[in-house]
Design a protein around this ligand. Sequence first.
Ligand code: SAH
Ligand code: SF4
Length: 429
Amino acid sequence: MNKYDSSKIIAYLLKYFNNFIITKNILKSDFIILNTCSVRQKAQNKLLYFFDKIKKVKIINPNLIVAVGGCIAVQEKEKLFLKFNLIDIIFGTHNIKKLPFLIKNFQKNKNKIIYVKFTNKINKNINSINYYNSIISKSFVSIMEGCNKFCSYCIVPFLRGKEISRTPEDIINEIYNIVNMGIVEINLLGQNVNAYSSFFNNGKKCNFSNLLYLISEIDNVKRIRFTTSHPSNFNNDLITAYKNISKIVDFLHLPVQSGSDRILKIMKRNYTINDYKKIIDNLLNIRPNMIFGSDFIVGFPTENKDDFNLTLKLIYDIKFDSSYSFIYSPRPGTKSFYMKDNISIFEKKNRLYKLQKLLYDNSVYWNNILLNSIQEIIVEGISKRNNFYYGRSRNNKIIYFKSGRNLLGKLLNIKVNLIKNNCLYGKLI
Ligand code: SAH
Ligand code: SF4
């Protein structure tokens, strides 16, 4: 979501300032925008490290302007000015569209500016290019933002606001625009995409599965993915969509967080492991080749060895291929912040290591299953490391191959014929 927002920031600035150039060389910049994350303390600490660098730029260029947006801006508001006196502008997660005007104001008056307000509108990506994706074949499309779930550990609902969904017409228009630019794979984006709920211009309701059917009818859309869905909103209509819409890929990232019902209850996740497994089983009945990924938190307050072993068992049973897995990070203001953080950091690290090791073994397992099979891939880029092309299979595996032709963005069949360093290689068919 932050990467997507960064691309929106750039798009708005390019639209309003015609002499604006993006540079990766921080020492040469006149203007630095930090789009921050505070989902875990580690993400938040990055701001500290970065300000050390910015101090050096300010010495070279005393006219440097520094703006801070994203979740830390919403969380800390004017307190950030006190912590980092180099900041000139603070803007909220809902206020990206305002940024060019804030900059103009600052340039005129030279007074520090703060603009952090929740609106009920999503800032769509005005020219629909993901600047952070040098990849030309796929693109995020934001369909909803915010979260109403308030899991006990999570700061997101406080900083991203209530769930708001874009209208289906708005989304479909954006997709038509980007497929005309050569995009073939759409990744629908939102904190909980399957909580999507909107209305057509004629007043009729549109839910997430309705939206999937509509998008699938666009000829040049070859694949549909989504990030992230929530188990408690994974209804039967959505499962049926997997039967009817072959453009939905054979991979699902469905965050579970823990394998223990006791922990899930304290996390306020609103499902049991049985509910979760039912979703997976129903999907596998329709798509036996499907592979799954998930998010895990280890060391949640009161998590004991039995709870943790249940998480390992789930990972083993479902054979998750990939994960975002983290040590629990207490977030001020959330419910669980007030629970005693009773597990030692040594134990937490140990659990994370075991969990990630098992996930690695699962990815080895899947690589071996795919060896000698034929996979349909969309070519995403050329690896800087070995000059091989790479693309993603329908079940989200990256496969490398060699070719003398320009194949970027193409949908191709590859015969997987080698596993090296746990990476898949293949031959173009
Ligand atoms: N809405 C999605 C996830 C969005 S947040 C869902 O609920 O499934 C992305 C991930 O960050 C979460 O799935 C969780 O694993 C992790 N996360 C959020 N808050 C955290 C915290 N306080 N400590 C550790 N990990 C956290
Ligand atoms: Fe955070 Fe839970 Fe909302 Fe996901 S569903 S963003 S984990 S509060």
